[in-house]
Design a protein around this ligand. Structure first.
Ligand SMILES: [Zn+2]
Ligand SMILES: [Zn+2]
Length: 187
């Protein structure tokens, strides 16, 4: 399946870096284990050529200003524990822990386009209405399909605030006639 160019580029850059350091592109699945609380620990195989893994390792290296190879254990752990949704958690953590509004912040996975960059088929996602009938987009699992258009949304918010202010002023200041009538009534 063809992915967008920015994803192909990201994956090939990361893959080249791993190969240059003689590092494996996949880690084998570990045996199932039981933790002290009796929970089953699943150790899935990690594909270091997946768009999600490559995005995670790139985000970590860029944020911490380290060589990419230094972030491999963290990216492995993140994808193993959280899967692709781990990218949203990572993004929030790197931004200081506050929730991220993807209308204003570019999604690191889909570049703010709002669509799943791996372009999964309807069959893979189990869509009820297949895309070849309705041609629906498959939303990005990280930003949940938000469109990153800060200027558009900023203007929309300004208009909302202005409307709220206008509403508040009209309810506070009664029309003149009402004031006059209540003054007359007082006599
Ligand atoms: Zn679909
Ligand atoms: Zn996204």
């Amino acid at each position: 399946m063809a992915s967008p160019d920015y994803i192909n580029q990201r994956v090939s850059d990361v893959t080249a870096e791993l190969i240059a350091h003689g590092l494996p592109l996949t880690t084998p699945a570990g045996p199932l284990a039981i933790d002290p609380n009796g929970w089953l620990i699943h150790n899935p195989a990690i594909d270091r050529t997946s768009p999600a893994w490559c995005t995670a390792v790139r985000m970590l290296a860029d944020h911490h200003h380290t060589p990419l190879v230094d972030q491999i254990p963290t990216a492995d752990a993140l994808l193993k524990d959280r899967g692709i949704r781990g990218l949203a958690t990572l993004h929030r953590n790197l931004a200081g822990g506050a929730p991220i509004d993807y209308r204003f912040t570019r999604c690191p996975y889909c570049q703010g386009l709002g669509e799943d960059p791996t372009e999964p088929s309807c069959a893979e996602l189990g869509c009820r209405v297949p895309a070849d009938i309705s041609d629906h987009p498959h939303g990005c699992p990280v930003c949940r399909g938000a469109n990153c258009e800060p200027e558009y949304y900023a203007e929309q918010q300004m208009n909302q605030v202005e409307q709220l202010l206008a509403d508040a002023l009209t309810t506070r200041t009664p029309p003149r006639r009402t004031v006059l009538r209540s003054l007359l009534r007082r006599r």
